[in-house]
Design a protein around this ligand. Structure first.
Ligand SMILES: [Cu+2]
Length: 319
């Protein structure tokens, strides 16, 4: 049975009788809730929320300004989602307890309550608009390309390794001045300087791969054909060795497709590039600038390819 809105039920009368006091109490509770929320927010901003909650599942310690902005967006979105979630849980449990069944009377019906319906509609739109606004700002910043980046490197992916070409300009018309090629025995090392803007121009020789250095908090697909996926970081902030991986399942040895990003000082980078231009190998050039010539963060994988397991004849063949 559905109650018509014109019906006045005993429970409704009881509620209406105390409506003035109830509304005041409701307003008081709402104010208390708002104050509590503000206090919680104040407390949370007092400490490093990201660190306390381990980045809410995102890697911490990004090494570019872009990664810091993406990280902050992630943390803020998580806090917003948690705030909404906790508020909804509170409302659910409050309704369950406050309006649990007390008799056989149908409770007061609140259909066509315009303020409530308006709130249902406007609150999600507001939340989504705020999230969209900040996402658009960060995304635009991350995708921004400058006219004249300090360093341009061409990332060439192939099954199943990487080649890094240091370029003298942007686009396909530029020339490669030095190159590093990965093999099954030696992990390719991409040497880049701190404090300079770097453009990555990606292209693939065969299938779709994905260029991923976890510390950039960023990955971008490497596409075959004429598509050149380009992105930039405005600087690399800390020297060190960072593992890089292919993040797109690209075939049998996809998991072996690792490389290393080695971030060095601008002076060392210039010396490295000069040595490479002089015809030195990447390992010799790294040794010349006092760096470990081999990858520190990953090692070549054992492909376990032998004459016994390489394309073995199917069982029973030849009998
Ligand atoms: Cu791949």
């Amino acid at each position: 049975m559905v109650a018509r809105s014109s019906e006045v039920r005993p429970s409704a009368v009881r509620h209406n009788a105390g409506a003035g006091g109830g509304r005041r109490r409701g307003a008081g509770r709402l104010a208390g809730l708002g104050l509590g929320g503000a206090a919680l927010l104040f407390l949370l901003t007092g400490c490093d929320v990201g660190k306390t909650f381990h980045g809410f599942g995102w890697p911490q310690g990004g090494i570019t300004p872009q990664s810091h902005r993406m990280y902050d967006l992630w943390i803020a979105s998580c806090i917003a989602a948690l705030a909404v979630g906790v508020f909804v849980w509170f409302l659910i449990f409050w309704c369950v307890i406050r309006y649990r069944k007390r008799g056989n009377d149908l409770p007061v019906q609140t259909r066509y309550n315009m303020p409530m319906e308006f709130l249902y509609t406007i609150a999600p739109i507001l939340v989504v608009s705020v999230l969209f606004y900040y996402t658009a700002i960060v995304q635009t910043d991350v995708n921004k390309l400058s006219k004249n980046p300090d360093v341009t490197v061409e990332v060439v992916a192939f099954k199943w390794n990487w080649q890094f070409n240091y370029r003298d300009g942007q686009g396909t018309d530029a020339n490669t001045v030095a190159s590093t090629l990965g093999t099954s025995e030696v992990i390719p090392i991409l040497v880049l300087p701190t404090g300079r803007s770097i453009r990555f121009e990606e292209t693939s020789r065969d299938v779709i791969h994905s260029f991923w250095v976890p510390e950039l908090l960023f990955k971008r697909d490497v596409m075959p054909g004429k598509i050149r996926n380009v992105f930039e970081v405005s600087s690399l902030d800390s020297e060190g060795a960072y593992v890089g991986r292919c993040a797109e399942l690209c075939g049998t040895y996809h998991a072996f497709m690792n490389f290393e990003l080695r971030v060095v000082s601008p002076e060392k980078y210039d010396q490295f590039l000069a040595a490479k231009r002089d015809g030195k190998t990447t390992q010799e050039a790294l040794s010349a600038i006092g760096e470990d010539p081999y990858a520190q963060t990953t090692k070549p994988f054992e492909t376990r390819r032998t004459e016994h397991n390489f394309n073995p004849a199917p069982a029973g063949a030849g009998r």
